[in-house]
Design a protein around this ligand. Structure first.
Ligand code: 0A1
Ligand code: ZN
Length: 861
């Protein structure tokens, strides 16, 4: 907590120094109790760069301290400002400490905490210091042995990293277990769980024949909901062997699901801990998207075993070394197990909705940042998703074989080390004899590059000249940018024939501008550029609606086809907003009709016919006008709904299955069916409203039921209340489904949504200590463009109140929720002033956390 006068310290990459002392081994002994847990730690420390031994420790009640068996007195050490300092004379010592901590009082959910009767840990990034004294930095790798003792009735299952080496009974109904992890690891990968858990068990045999016991630990009643996660785990293990040549390395792999968790999941060595939202799934309670997310997060955490654990980060500025790479790996895993095109569309939509916004706002930072106040604030879309795009570009530029050779060298060279992004790039250079100097700018420079494209066709010489010019807007601390190395996948399609002219090719734009000449272009072409989103950039191309409609009908890359239709929609919408008009362009209606008639994969059609989000439309405008955007987008949905009424009904009817199945084809059909229903409801077709209510009642799966509930919740019809009440009654004992009930209402565009959200914040089922619930209501509301941005500022004040209410309980939740307010500069003067005033009110509040201070002060700067 900050007092009013102090501002938090800034940590800088430039100040990195190797550790003064290393800790080759640590033995931990936990005497577990939810109110008071005693932690005895025995560190073997060895002199590194020298100086006193400085250990991190936050909120620890120190009971005793000794060096080489001799107790230290008050004058032998100091413990202030979360640092324990001991001057040591030799080169190697044993430092033993006993501390007491209270899991039940830990609402931050960092360190050791209690969640629904179980005890569990979260140490990344800097949570281990809330458990015991230690150099809490990722470049100190230690061998961990862990003993824990706990009440056997309350905590029958005792888990930690590695292998269980011993267990036994203690006194007074207590029991104990001892675990040993043979792989040295940084303390952020430490984990411990004690609870009354049951497991879904399975087995995996690795390529070299090692038998691995797999366990997913949950409350007994939830065991049947773990099958999908288990199948995803086994496919991930196989995929990493086949695609990256990486095998699992322990005899045991355990996953535990917990209800109170700040993020999605955590890759602790051999003991992943998950937000239960990313483990539990069955047809009645999880949507198709939930199932996909479960598989993706299970894969992500598993892949960290090599990219993150075996090779870890030297310091937290290198976070994208493990996160960008692991996201790229999980994206490719998902693409290989479903529709590659639809997966790419979803990933790009997310990148544009979240990362592009981040890159154009006050919190913009490079994939490898240079400074931070609070590292928890840097688990961002830039580190994760743009980081993944940078790896994807590298893989595109190198081609599959050279990319794999670079990865192989990286694994060979750095196994067991804590390294930097520079080491990663260097491995690819050395393996392939390349110079990636310019490519490294993707790590160092923030901001989304824009590439302006224009082209001229010369009929006489049958050649096309393409002019390209790149520029990147300034971001905080970076006024001017050097040109990026941008891979652009391009193809040409005949304006008359519609056929592809020649093979697609990869253009590498390295200078600020360039002209590319393509020969043997048989007829006047339409240019398709940045296909597959080969680079995470914005394209400015003066393409006409006819050209975009043409590409949306003829491009043979489904992503490019999707993109053409999106750009056509964006042009139509932004034109209408500029003109203050609500008329949809017939070209858009025709292109949507043609896509519906295309006979392509329903999953693809379902994505392609969606209009760009209100947030993304806002991003394209000099000043965001949420009311105009909402008005025009809704009017366009109505027009599409009424003009294509028959087609939507046939899409709805053709894709209505009578029995639930979970496979890519069935998921695609559900998707298209529910998108079609959305257009019919947008046009207020009364038959559609009753069909939606019927679907809500009759659905045999959560995808269809929730889609119907979402549509009804935004309407002013009697069925709205009936559906919400029925849903609550049915699922009131299922926290993950109740989160959906909160989120659906927070995202509703119903005119009274703000009042309803305020009422929900007083509902008996609302909670500020459970991050899923808090995010379901408050996080979703912050993304509700028309209602959060209500002109009177009521949405802003509500959000600010919630941020202040949660900050003392969970500062990570608070810092995440406050972010929508930091975009105030993008709005008109009235809204900007209201948003700014809320940020100032937050900043003036005494006792603010470092997390919120950093976001709000940067947001105001
Ligand atoms: N490494 C995890 C992300 C994570 C970060 C912090 C956490 O606690 C505050 C939890 C998880 C991942 O990438 O999955
Ligand atoms: Zn990760």
């Amino acid at each position: 907590m900050l007092d009013a006068a102090s501002t938090p310290q800034v940590t800088r990459l430039a100040d990195y120094r190797p550790p003064a002392w290393t800790v080759p081994a640590i033995a931990l002994d936990f005497d577990l109790d939810d109110k008071a847990t005693r932690v005895t730690s025995r560190l073997t420390v060895e002199r590194g760069e020298g100086g006193p031994l400085v250990l991190d420790g936050e909120g620890l009640r120190l009971i005793s301290l000794s060096v080489d068996g001799k107790p230290l007195g008050d004058g032998d050490y100091s413990y202030a400002d979360d640092k324990l300092t001991i001057t040591l004379n030799g080169d190697s010592h044993i430092v033993e400490s006993v501390v007491e901590i209270s899991p039940i009082a830990n609402t931050q959910l960092m360190g050791l905490y209690a969640s629904e009767g179980m005890l569990c840990t979260q140490c990344e990034a800097e949570g281990f210091r809330r458990i015991t004294f230690f150099p809490d930095r990722p470049d100190v790798l230690s061998r961990f042995t862990v003993k824990m003792t706990a009440d056997k009735a309350r905590y029958p299952v005792l888990l930690s990293n590695g292998n269980r080496v011993a267990a036994g009974e203690g006194k007074d109904g207590r029991h104990w277990a001892e675990w040993e992890d043979p792989f040295p690891k940084p303390c952020y990968l430490f984990a411990l769980v004690a609870g009354d858990l049951s497991a879904l068990k399975d087995e995996f045999v690795t390529a070299s024949g090692r038998k691995v016991e797999l366990g997913i630990w949950v409350r007994e009643a939830d065991v049947p909901r773990c099958r999908h996660a288990m199948d995803a785990l086994k496919s991930s293990m196989r995929w990493d062997e086949q695609v990256y040549g990486r095998e699992y390395d322990l005899d045991l792999f355990n996953i535990v699901a917990v209800s109170d968790f700040n993020f999605g999941a955590m890759e602790n060595k051999g003991l992943n801990i998950f937000n239960s939202k990313y483990i539990l799934a069955d047809a009645d309670t999880a949507t198709d998207l939930d199932f996909d997310n479960v598989a993706a997060v299970v894969a992500h955490e598993y892949f960290h075993n090599w990219t993150g654990n075996r090779i870890t980060c030297r310091d937290w500025f290198q976070l994208s070394l493990k996160e960008g790479l692991t996201v790229y790996r999980d994206q490719e895993f998902s693409a290989d197990h479903g529709s590659r095109a639809v997966k790419r569309i979803e990933d790009v939509r997310m990148l544009r909705a979240v990362q592009f916004q981040e890159d154009s706002g006050p919190l913009a930072h490079p994939v490898r940042p240079e400074s931070y106040m609070e590292i928890s604030n840097f688990y961002t879309a830039t580190i994760y998703n743009k980081g993944a795009e940078v790896i994807r570009m590298l893989a595109t530029l190198l081609g599959a074989d050279r990319y794999r050779a670079g990865c192989d060298l990286y694994f060979d060279r750095h196994d067991g080390q804590a390294v930097t992004i520079e080491d990663w790039v260097k491995a690819h250079e050395d393996a392939n004899g390349l110079d990636l100097t310019q490519f490294r700018r993707w790590y160092a420079q923030a901001g989304t590059p824009r590439v302006a494209v224009s082209s001229r066709y010369d009929a006489a010489s049958k050649s096309l000249e393409i002019d390209l010019a790149q520029s990147t807007p300034p971001t905080p601390g970076q006024d001017s940018k050097a040109p990026f190395h941008i891979p652009l996948d391009v193809a040409l399609f005949g304006r008359d024939s519609g056929a592809r002219l020649g093979d697609p090719r990869l253009i590498e734009l390295k200078d600020s501008s360039a002209t590319i000449r393509l020969d043997d272009v048989a007829e006047p072409p339409v240019l398709s550029i940045n296909r597959g989103f080969s680079a995470p950039i914005a394209i400015d191309a003066p393409q006409t609606r006819e050209e975009l409609a043409h590409l949306s009908a003829h491009d043979d890359d489904p992503f490019a086809r999707y993109e053409a239709l999106q750009r056509l929609a964006l042009l139509t919408l932004t034109d209408a907003i500029r003109r203050g008009d609500e008329v949809a362009d017939p070209a858009l209606v025709d292109a949507v009709a043609a896509t519906l008639d295309s006979g392509l994969d329903p999953a693809f059609i379902g994505e392609a016919v969606l209009l760009p989000s209100e947030a993304f439309i806002g991003d394209q405008m000099p000043t965001v006008d949420p009311d105009a955007i909402h008005g025009v987008r809704e009017a366009t949905r109505r027009t599409l709904g009424s003009q294509l009424n028959d087609r939507w009904w046939s899409a709805y009817r053709a894709n209505r299955d009578n029995r639930y199945e979970l496979n890519p084809e069935a998921k695609g059909r559900r998707r298209l069916k529910n998108v079609a229903l959305g257009y019919l409801v947008a046009d207020a077709d009364p038959k559609a409203v009753s069909t939606t209510f019927e679907q809500f009642g009759d659905a045999d799966n959560m995808t269809d039921r929730l889609a119907a509930l979402g549509l009804l919740t935004s309407l002013e019809v009697g069925e709205r209340e009936a559906a919400l009440a029925a849903f609550h009654a049915r699922y009131k004992n299922d926290p993950l489904v109740l989160d959906k009930w909160f989120a659906t209402q927070a995202l509703s565009t119903h005119p009274d949504a703000l009042d309803q959200v305020i009422a929900l914040s007083r509902h008996a089922d609302f909670s500020r200590t459970n991050p899923n619930r808090f995010r379901a209501l408050i996080g979703s509301f912050g993304a509700n463009q028309p209602r959060f941005h209500a002109a009177d500022g009521g949405g802003y004040a509500f959000l600010a109140n919630e941020v202040l209410a949660v900050d003392g309980l969970n500062s990570q939740s608070a810092a995440r929720m406050v972010q929508p307010l930091t975009r105030w500069r993008r709005f008109g003067a009235d809204r900007a002033a209201l948003m700014r005033a809320e940020l100032e009110r937050i900043l003036a509040t005494p006792g603010l956390s470092k997390d919120v201070y950093e976001v709000v002060s940067k947001g105001l700067a």
